[in-house]
Design a protein around this ligand. Structure first.
Ligand code: ADP
Ligand code: 5GP
Length: 192
């Protein structure tokens, strides 16, 4: 038996490997379904509209807030990001589990509304490593990598205080295995 209305939140500084781990999780654990957020950020060259995000204008984003379509939303690194209420409800109605990476404001807001959520902090081995990974990943033209790096230390400090589970994403294979184990334990209340 799976817990009711599961919601797994991955949170961590930019370049920690949240999107990579999320992709590995949905391949390995069938019941996990990611929501596709709305964002006003520009698309990165390798990203696909309606698959990685719904890339929308600021006007459309705020229209969705007024229409009550957002479960939560936040301004992060200069752009707006928000989770679709309808998508989350559909995943739960289908008997599946939500998984999504959110910033700390999103994490806090979801945890407050849905205390059964599992909050996971994803950390790179160092700030230098996060910087290298960000450089490797092709950014969109106006993406501010300096702003993302400046936020690093305070994000790590605040996250360490509040998450249920901490994953250090140094070796990707090992981090994937650790996270799989934690998610299965949470979903199915498995005990070692
Ligand atoms: P985030 O979503 O946390 O910002 P990404 O998942 O986009 O981070 O990862 C940033 C970059 O680092 C990507 O190019 C990804 O392939 C790479 N990456 C992720 N995890 C590792 C790892 N353990 N070791 C080396 N590179 C990694
Ligand atoms: P990125 O631009 O790197 O894809 O995402 C920037 C930050 O926004 C990351 O911390 C990511 O987890 C967060 N994020 C992505 N989607 C949402 C969302 O719908 N709501 C909130 N609050 N944060 C989000």
């Amino acid at each position: 038996m799976m817990i009711k209305n599961p919601f797994i939140i991955l949170c961590g500084p930019s370049g920690a490997g949240k999107s990579t781990l999320l992709k590995n999780m949905i391949q390995d654990i069938q019941v996990l379904t990611p929501t596709i957020s709305f964002t006003t950020r520009e698309k990165r060259p390798f990203e696909k509209d309606q698959k990685d995000y719904f890339f929308v204008s600021k006007e459309e984003f705020f229209r969705k807030i007024s229409n009550g379509e957002m479960l939560e939303w936040a301004q992060v690194y200069g752009y707006y990001y928000g989770t679709s209420k309808k998508q989350v409800e559909k995943i739960w109605n289908d008997g599946k589990a939500v998984i999504k990476d959110l910033d700390l404001q999103g994490l806090q807001s979801v945890k407050e509304s849905y205390p059964q959520s599992l909050t996971v902090g994803v950390f790179p081995s160092s700030k230098e490593e996060a910087k290298n990974r960000m450089a490797k990943r092709k950014a969109s033209p106006n993406e501010n990598q300096i702003l993302r790096l400046e936020a690093y230390t305070s994000e790590v400090e605040r996250l360490e205080q509040c998450v249920d589970v901490k994953i250090i994403n140094d070796d990707l294979k090992q981090a994937t295995l650790e996270l799989q184990k934690e998610i299965k334990k949470y979903l199915f209340q498995e005990i070692d």
